[in-house]
Design a protein around this ligand. Structure first.
Ligand code: URA
Length: 193
């Protein structure tokens, strides 16, 4: 049932975005946890799988702390293609944050994805999925990380547990300690829910 529904949704998205290389959600359809990132990067497009590049390495490290294997999870992104711009230095394609319109365009699909998997906990990674899931443009990860709250997606209620984006730790080493603390809280929360 879930598999068929996701396959239909995935087919539609690939058809709707023919001009883009789409990276779909990946993992167990029966997972009690859905992890949501921002958008794929070059490595993810190459592998057609979310979180396989540098951010993915950090993610694997964090999952190990949680005692989870990524195969047990469902991992997806808010925007399903790699947003790029031309570098003024090299002229090559580089990553850019997804635009408000791109996020809005993919929102319904993301909500349907969650509504199909029906996890116990939604873990957002960074600001983009946090704002999308809370439907609050002013929500900031600095205020939300490491705390659980409730969100309603397509008429169903879910536990939301926001984390910093794993890539943030690459740029801000001081976040590593915060991240580990948040993961401990998440681990306790998962054991209870
Ligand atoms: N960052 C994301 O948000 N998603 C990915 O899939 C990879 C890096």
């Amino acid at each position: 049932m879930k598999k068929q529904k996701l396959e239909e949704m995935n087919k539609k998205i690939v058809d709707d975005y023919k001009e883009h290389e789409i990276v779909l959600g990946d993992g167990s359809h029966d997972s009690t946890i859905v992890l949501i990132g921002e958008a794929p990067g070059a490595k993810e497009v190459e592998a057609k799988k979310p979180f396989v590049g540098q951010a993915g390495k950090y993610l694997e490290e964090f999952l190990e702390i949680l005692g989870l294997d990524r195969k047990e999870l469902y991992i997806t992104n808010t925007v399903k293609f790699r947003p790029t711009r031309k570098s003024s230095k090299t002229g090559g394609e580089i990553n850019r944050p997804p635009s408000k319109k791109e996020i809005e365009d993919f929102k319904e699909y993301l909500f349907d994805e969650i509504d199909t998997i029906k996890p116990k906990v939604i873990v957002t990674l960074g600001n983009v999925p946090l704002k999308t899931i809370t439907k609050d443009e002013d929500a900031k990860i600095g205020d939300f990380h490491g705390n659980s709250s409730k969100v309603t997606i397509n008429d169903s209620e879910y536990n939301l547990f926001p984390l910093y984006h794993p890539a943030a730790v690459i740029y801000r080493r001081e976040l590593k300690e915060v991240y580990h603390k948040d993961l401990k809280i998440l681990k306790d929360f998962l054991n209870r829910s």
